[in-house]
Each structure stands twice: as C-alpha cells, then as structure tokens.
Ligand binder design. Sequence first.
Ligand code: MN
Length: 244
Amino acid sequence: MRILVSNDDGVHSPGLHTLARVAQRYGDVRVVAPDVEQSAMSHAITVRRPLHYTETRVDGLDAYRVDGTPADCVALGAHHWEKVDLVVTGINLGLNIGHNIWHSGTVAAAKQASFLGIPAIAFSAPASDSEPDYTELEPFVAQVMELFLEHPDLPLLNVNFPERPRGLRWTRMSVRHYEGLVIPGTDPMGRQHYWFAERPRERVEEGTDRWAIEQGYGSLTPLRLNLTDDSRLDVAKREAAATD
Ligand code: MN
C-alpha cells in the first residue's frame, strides 16, 4: 500500500514525523509537505507561479518539501507517485474541530486527496507551548489506520485527539456557533492592528467533536465534499414547482 503523508505545519513538524512513523507499519510511505508553516491556509492552491520540490529526509523516509500550500503538496505528491492508496495528514499542532475544519490546511490536504479519489484521514491534537511529544498518540493513530483499512467506504475522515485519549468516539462537526473573534490592539509604533482569536464555548453539544475532546475521547468525524444543503434544495424545488 502506498501512503502519502502531508501536513500544514511544515516538513519539520514533530506531528508529521509521528504520523509518518506509524504509517510505515502499513505500507510504503512518502512525505510531501510544505517547506514552511501553512496553517489556516484552508484549501488554497498556487495558480500564479510554478511550484518546486526539494528532496529531503524525514526519519529516514523519502520526503519532499514544497514551496506551496498543503493542497498543493497532496496534488503534487499524487501526481508524481502513481496509485497512492491513502493520504494521511497531520498530526496537526492544534485541534481541528468545529469551525476550524473550514480554516484548516491539514483537513484541506485530506480534502484534496478526496477530490482526486484517494481516501484520506486528517489527524490533529492539542497545541502546546513546548515541543509536543505525540508518542502516547501512536497506538490511537494505528487504531484509526486499521479502522480505515477495514472500512474503505470511509473516504474522508477528520480525527482529533486529546492529550491522552481514553478511547475513540464517532462524532459530528460542531458548527452551531462561530468561535472566531477579532481583537484590536496597538503596535509599538502606535498603529492599530488586529488579531484573530478564539472565544471559549460556554456550552458544548453532546455527540460533537468538541464534546468528545472535552470528555477525553479521540473524535472521529466522517466528512464529505458536497456542500449542497439537500433539505433546503428540496424546499426551494417544491416552492418553484408550486409557482410554475
Ligand atoms: Mn497547522
């Protein structure tokens, strides 16, 4: 099995190295990742300039760093390595739950694989101020890989881990409230500037990705690329038919 590994934190991220290490147990691994951090780039692609690869090594594995976005990396990697069976992305240094799924480069890299017809799993874990040690997550990454191999009908999966998972739970994405916040400030030259920040949620809905993490479980959320609101479409069609 050919497994392409990518991320949005850059080719030197410890999360990427953990993921590549576990992926090696299941097949041939090739790493194609951004040369610099590309977090929150979502599904951006590079269209106004060419892209370049530079060969490198990650834990003894073939690796390539790309001067592009996470989605670029997966598109290039799949182009140059025929018949990739699975794309895994992360482990992102920061959770990708709720609205962050929309902003995430890690999830977008997995989505890019899905666009290309390749099954994909995005992995994320809490960020920390020090160098993260994801050794304790390795058995859970392996568990998800095995689950995925048993269920090839899961084309796109978003996985989040707390620091020390007590198990895994199937969840849905929590998007009831947007948690992004713009905070104004002043720089040392007296100019106004702005930071994007997160406001903590006061209430968490049961069964969601955020709920699972708060309960200490790893969260597994199947995603899809089709954004069509089918129920709204049905209503609109019925209304249109009634006025015909
Ligand atoms: Mn990131």
